[in-house]
Design a protein around this ligand. Structure first.
Ligand SMILES: *Cc1c(COP(=O)(O)O)cnc(C)c1O
Length: 402
């Protein structure tokens, strides 16, 4: 089977995990900080807080931004459900702003029309690895902040975009945002099994994020509130020393911690990211060449401000014009051991969203038009040349060409 995406694991990845299993710390050990430092180095962010999933990362990013009941959070309908769910977790209302028909990313002007006095955050999603127009989003948000007189956070959902560039800067370096979230699920650029990270340049946010990751507990003496419990009494000797057992819970956090086992895998994977991106690019070039002149197929548009890591390769098929049913097309390819997928069903069409937030068909026409046509064909670094050629031939055949 050739899936639409999958992890690439080699002997060094396997060995890295074995080494942790033979060490003292399976969790809360040194590999977590090592992985966080490596991510900071790669993305040029000041701080990295690793978590047990991209979804947890989105959740605590929203909490650190102070999102709560009655707030509104604007995001893209063309995403996995997690990028809107994180707002709902906090009691806020997800608001969907339509996508651009060329990039499939959220449109800054659409965000502008959806901003109200209740908007507390915007979560742009870098679809398929290509960055959103962050400079324009930042501008729209700054104007609204001045108008409404409060901070509006920008949280990038870059779960697809590790290794991508925007205006020659690393996605994750947060020049136009407060926080950037990534995922290390096996279909993403690198994997830790399950895992995620919040990147930020804001020291205050990173402190909150670290607390939220681990029960709201702090061991930093400068933050202690019960000072009589925290410190040794003068009569017992030296005085003013932190009691050796002591910690304080100062907010309501979670256990969203990642393990050392996972971080060791992440470190090993991270060493290969350049090679992974290069291989994806080679396959994309081959696909672009093969599909660019096929009737009623549209290849991905590349924004010249962006350098995408190509997390996904999405073709638009005009199924209606060709009188081909997408499900039959997918099943025909599956018969040839080629698995494809639809990214994404507009999130607001999900029953939960319709029931709880009153969303409906027609809310974002571009996202719906896109949804009718999109199909992701296989793309991952471990694809062989023969796999790629097989996909090219079989997709063309099923489409009625060659
Ligand atoms: C994968 C993904 C997530 C969630 O990440 P997990 O690590 O699976 O929790 C969120 N948003 C987008 C766009 C994703 O692709």
């Amino acid at each position: 089977m050739i899936p639409y995406g999958k992890q690439s694991i080699d002997e060094s990845d396997i060995q890295s995990i074995i080494d942790v299993l033979k060490s003292t710390n399976l969790t809360q050990g040194p590999k977590i900080e090592e992985f966080e430092s490596a991510l900071c180095e790669l993305t040029e962010a000041d701080y990295a807080i690793c978590l047990n999933s991209g979804t947890s990362a989105l959740h605590i990013a929203c909490l650190a931004a102070g999102i709560g009941n009655g707030d509104e959070v604007i995001t893209s309908p063309n995403s996995f459900v997690a990028s809107a769910n994180c707002a709902a977790y906090c009691g806020a209302k997800p608001i969907f702003a339509d996508i651009d028909s060329k990039t499939y990313n959220i449109v800054p002007d659409e965000i502008d029309t959806k901003i109200t006095s209740r908007t507390r955050a915007v979560i742009p999603v870098h679809f398929a690895g290509q960055s959103c127009d962050m400079a324009s989003i930042k501008h729209v948000v700054s104007v609204a902040e001045a108008k409404y007189g409060h901070k509006i956070y920008i949280i990038e959902d870059a779960c697809h975009a590790l290794g991508s560039l925007y205006k020659n800067k690393k996605v994750g370096s947060c020049p136009f945002s407060d926080m950037t979230v990534m995922s290390f699920h096996p279909v993403k650029q690198i994997t830790t099994g399950e895992g995620g990270v919040v990147l930020t340049n804001d020291q205050g946010l990173q402190k909150k994020l670290r607390q939220l990751r681990s029960h709201g507990i702090t061991k930093d003496p400068s933050e202690f509130i019960n000072r009589d419990l925290a410190f040794t009494t003068a009569s017992s000797g030296s005085g003013n020393e932190v009691n050796p057992w002591y910690y304080e819970q100062i907010s309501l956090g979670y256990n969203y911690r990642i393990t050392d086992i996972q971080c060791a895998l992440g470190l090993s994977q991270l060493q290969k990211i350049t090679r992974f991106c290069k291989r994806r690019r080679e396959i994309v070039n081959r696909y672009n060449d093969a599909f660019k002149d096929i009737l009623n197929i549209q290849i991905p548009f590349e924004d010249k401000e962006c350098d995408s890591n190509f997390h996904l390769y999405v073709l638009l098929f005009d199924f209606e014009k060709m009188s081909i049913e997408r499900s039959r097309f997918m099943l025909a390819l599956r018969q040839k051991d080629i698995l494809t997928q639809v990214h994404y069903i507009p999130v607001y069409l999900q029953p939960y969203y319709r029931q709880h937030f009153g969303t409906n068909v027609g809310d974002c026409p571009n996202a719906e038009e896109y949804y009718k046509k999109c199909l992701s064909i296989p793309l991952y670094p471990a694809m062989t040349g023969a796999d790629v050629e097989k996909v090219v031939v079989e997709v063309k055949k099923s489409w009625g060409f060659c």
